[in-house]
Structures are given as C-alpha cells and as structure tokens.
Design a protein around this ligand. Sequence first.
Ligand code: G6P
Length: 371
Amino acid sequence: SAAEKGGHDYFMLKEIEEQPEALENTLRGHFSGGGIVLDEQRMTEQDLRDIDKVFVVACGTAYHSGLLAKYAIEHWCRIPVEVELASEFRYRDPVLGRDTLVVAISQSGETADTLEAVRHARTQRARVLAICNTNGAQIPRESDAVLYTHAGPEIGVAATKTFLAQITANYLVGLALAQARGTKYSDEVAREFEELAAMPQAVRQTLSTVDQVRTLGRELADSKAVLFLGRHVGYPVALEGALKLKELAYMHAEGFAAGELKHGPIALIEDRLPVVVVMPSAKGRALLHSKMLSNIREIQARGARTIVIAEEGDEAVRPFADELIEIPAVATLLQPLVSTVPLQVLAAEIARARGYDVDKPRNLAKSVTVE
Ligand code: G6P
C-alpha cells in the first residue's frame, strides 16, 4: 500500500530517502574509546596489524562498494588491495595466506558466490571480515570479524540504502586497519570519523535534487542507451549508475572511466545520447576536475546530451552541462555517498516512466543463493 511505501509510488524511492537514517545507523556505536570498533571480532589486534594484503570480494552493487574500499584502504593504510567479483576470485587460485584479509561484502549475507569465496579464503588460512546487513546470516557466521551495516530491511530488489551503508562500513574497516597498523593516529581516525558522521546530513541535503532528477528521468525514458563517466571514486559511481539503469529500466547502460574515453567509448557518442558525468571537486581534485572538463567538452562537441553531477558552486562546469545536478561539497573519498543518490533516482524514474515495476525488476532476485 501507499502507506507502507511512505506515500511513495515505490519502495525504492522510500529507501532512497531513508539513506541519511541508514548511514546514522551504520555509524552508530562504531567509534568508542578513541577508536573504531567492529560488531564481532575474533581476531587479535596483532592479527590486524600483520595484515599485508587485502582482497575485497562481492557481487553486484556490493562489488561496486568494494571498488571504493580500495581507494580508502590503500590511501589510509598503505596496504595493497584487490577487489574481485566473488564468482571470479575462487576459480582463479588467488594468493592467500595468514596475513591476507578478505573483506566479503554482502547485503543479504547469503549470496552463493560470495559465501563460496569466503570458504575458499578460509581453507587457505586467510582471515575473513564480513560486511553484512542481515544479522546472523551465513557469511558473517563463517567469518573472523563482522561489521553489520544496520541499514534496516530493503524491499527494493536493486540495492540503494544498503549500498551507501556498505561504502560507509568499508571506510570504517579502512580506519580500523589504519589504526591497528599505526598508519593513522587516533586523532586522525577521530577526524575521519567526524567527516563520516557528517554524511547523513549531506545525503539529506542531496535529496533536494529528487524532483529535478525525476523530471529528467521522464524526459530520458525513450533513450536507447545512457553512458556514465567518472574518474577516481567517481568511476565506481558511474558503474553503479549504469547497473541501476540496466536492472530497473532494461536499458543499455555502461559506466566508463573517463580517462578511457579516447580508447573506445567516444566512438559510441552520437547526437542526443545522454551521458551522465560525475565531476570531481574543483577544489579537492583540481587536476582531475580539469581533465574531466576536457572530456565533457569532447563529448558535447560530438552531440552528447550532458547530464553533470557536480559540487555546488562549480561554475566552470556549468557551460558544458545540458543538465546540472548539484551535490554538496564533501571530502573526496566521501563524494560517492552523495553523487550516487541522483543516479538511483534517475534509474528508478526512467523505469517507472517506461511502465516497469521498480521494486521487482524482471529476472532479478534480491538475494542470489545459487551460483
Ligand atoms: C542481487 C541484487 C543486487 C545485489 C547483489 C549482491 O543481484 O539484486 O542488488 O547487489 O545481489 O547481493 P548481496 O546480498 O550479496 O549484497
């Protein structure tokens, strides 16, 4: 009923709007006694300190959150991180040992490929840390440490609030590792946590774009395809934006690293093709920002319809944006928590305008328990 959906046409929009609260719940209680605490921890501080390699394994949207974990963990901890689709990891004979940490990310905690990746890692004596939204699910039960995302139940088959919660949880894990290894002092960890703690409010602010994006979604409903471009942490966001559109609107969509434009994707640009661009901050990432400006110029010159997600006050990008969606300025690594929101709304609204069931897309299941 409409009441269950909080007055919305579909659960997904309700869940998109619940994201600020979901993040508050993900963060609650995880900074205590001057440091980051996990929910369950069967590893010693020494075990954590000894970790010299991290693998992140996941499927679907959770995998995209894992791509972001790499940016944060390598930057904060100086430990090499590889991110792999769970279905590829296990069959590849990855190099694992006692000092390897495998971070398994799964909303349901029951995804067959991710579970089997965890089991494989454990047979190789690697440590496993689960990030999960479902208390007591199989993946956390078989892991050495657990961080629950506490985002609440998600009805929409395509993940929304659990994605933002997974990103947040990944960053908490990064801070926990940095703290154990001493690559970040406790005052720095506290400061990073403060920045995370400000994100629910930033996401709330981003929700003011919902009406604008819904209108845009209706305009784009007849498009044949949509491309998504991003750089640095904007790249996984572009992948996630494209996945959402495929899942919900059954539309051809692809996400690219903007730096790859000249190596192929630019050949796809044709008149009026919508291209969504996730802009890095002009202040925080000036170099990437200027590279992205020239990318937008190139695609616009070839007739693309540019839809630009950019930080408020980014005047330089305005002339190149056929549609400008403004998000609040936040720390570089945290931008995905706000830039993803309009992409979720866009996919849902295009799907609705095409007459599809946003909450139950064809052929997809909320949790995939067979390989
Ligand atoms: C399915 C869902 C996706 C989800 C993926 C991984 O494909 O439709 O939304 O991202 O499974 O699920 P998990 O529960 O492991 O996060």
